[in-house]
Design a protein around this ligand. Structure first.
Ligand code: PA5
Length: 431
């Protein structure tokens, strides 16, 4: 089922004549970036991905599923958010309650001692495999966590047996001092992050695919979904939802809306919101420009952020992401006493009530002068996830080109690292 895109009331903020010329220039700019060697591999990936490596991912996932209770994914930013977003999208926030697959935990996305020690403690009497993911192979947070997890596995299983439980996803060049060098030296099974795919665009490479497959996701269908989207969104025409969305974002931004609030009434989309924040935040936030991406999950956030959204500063617009069919419908039961006064809902599906909550919220926010955009999918399955990822990646790249920034670099992420290394006395780093 194709993704449905609807500008709702946001169309009022667009220029009277939709600016296809602008969109053409953005498509052209993407071609120029590609020719200049910027990492645009994500755009052809759904068709041109490495089939041999894909097969190896499937085989490794099968092996991992039968040899461990717990699979620990070590990575930060683009090296974990996509995998977690996909797993929650497919299996919900309680994905670790399923019995047929290993539990999946994420580590190395902070330097919080308690976060790692809690998980180490939990894993003491479990069989564990780990997947360390780092494109650069030098990021401190996952590198430190990997050192700790490696020591844990070597102590638990011995060096030889631990080796079979360690999977590495990184750049293919063994530059000195990188994860790839370490991996080759130790003989770990390793997977490649293609050089022409940036971290936040890498969920459909081994970065996302191995953890998703271990968690039981059908990665073949996921690639098919992305491949369908790639064909659907290839042309620069006004009917293309990526073009409509990117133009609307630009118009809203230029009209004084500086925040895009991604909203959903589906809790399984919480980490998709985190993934979106990284995709748009790192891609657009530079040169003093860019929409600030934020995310909310309703109804819960209607009871925290709802007041602000309704009546606070009018500096944002909302992009709702909707999944139309729940995987397992629930009917609200009848209660003879009706003490809670809810019998007017008896017999209705919970999803129908959720839909009304969403429509009521959208109507209220539109009345409160919040521009609203809606993206809807029929189901939370693998094909939909692939489509959704490609839709947002292309929209993000086009948006960056429309506001005149390079959406493929992230120079601002480096400064904190330099400061941290100076403070920790890393050789070669001084103030
Ligand atoms: O999008 C990006 O490139 C970054 O967010 C990276 O994913 C993040 O910094 C982790 O980098 P690496 O995979 O090199 O450890």
């Amino acid at each position: 089922m194709p993704l449905r895109f609807d500008l709702q009331n946001a169309h009022q903020f667009l220029p009277p004549v939709a600016d296809l010329e602008c969109a053409r220039a953005a498509f052209l700019r993407l071609k120029e970036y590609e020719a200049a060697g910027e990492p645009l591999g994500w755009s052809t990936l759904p068709k041109d991905y490495d089939k041999e490596e894909f097969d190896r991912i499937l085989k490794a996932a099968k092996r991992i599923r039968t040899s461990c209770d717990v699979f620990v994914v070590i990575g930060i930013g683009g090296s974990y958010l996509g995998a977690r977003a996909a797993i929650e999208f497919l299996f919900g926030q309680n994905y670790n309650h399923r019995k047929d697959v290993p539990e999946v935990y994420f580590s190395g996305n902070s330097l919080d001692a308690d976060a790692i020690s809690d998980l180490l403690q939990y894993c003491k009497n479990k069989d564990v495999c780990i997947n360390v993911i780092s494109k650069s192979g030098t990021t401190t947070e996952p590198a430190v966590a990997f050192r700790i997890w490696r020591a844990f596995l070597e102590e638990k299983y011995g060096k030889e047996k631990a080796r079979e439980r360690i999977f590495v996803t990184t750049d293919k060049n063994p530059r000195p001092g990188t994860l790839k060098e370490l991996s080759d030296r130790e003989g770990y099974e390793s997977f490649v992050v293609p050089g022409d795919v940036g971290g936040r665009y890498s969920v459909l490479t081994a970065v996302g695919l191995l953890p998703i497959a271990v968690a039981g996701g059908n990665i073949t269908q996921m690639m098919q979904g992305a491949s369908i989207a790639r064909k659907e969104y290839a042309e620069c025409v006004l009917e293309n939802p990526c073009v409509q969305y990117a133009l609307a974002r630009k118009a809203l931004y230029e009209g004084g809306k500086s925040i895009e609030l991604f909203a959903s009434f589906c809790t399984r989309l919480q980490y998709f919101g985190e993934w979106l924040k990284q995709l748009f935040g790192e891609s657009e936030g530079k040169d003093g420009k860019g929409l600030f991406p934020a995310s909310v999950i309703y109804s819960t956030d209607l009871h925290s952020m709802g007041q602000y959204v309704q009546e606070g500063q009018r500096i944002f617009f909302e992009t709702f992401i909707d999944i139309e069919e729940p995987n397992v419908p629930i009917r609200i039961p009848h209660d003879a006493s009706d003490v809670d006064g809810l019998n007017f809902l008896a017999g209705k599906e919970l999803d129908e009530v959720n839909d009304k909550a969403e429509q009521g919220t959208i109507d209220a926010h539109v009345e409160g002068n919040v521009p609203v955009i809606k993206v809807a999918l029929e189901r939370a399955d693998e094909e939909s996830f692939g489509r959704l990822v490609y839709f947002f990646e292309l929209s993000c790249a086009l948006s960056g080109c429309l506001i005149g920034i390079n959406p493929f670099n992230q120079p601002g992420v480096e400064l904190y690292k330099r400061n941290m290394f100076c403070l920790l006395g890393k050789p070669g780093y001084t103030k």
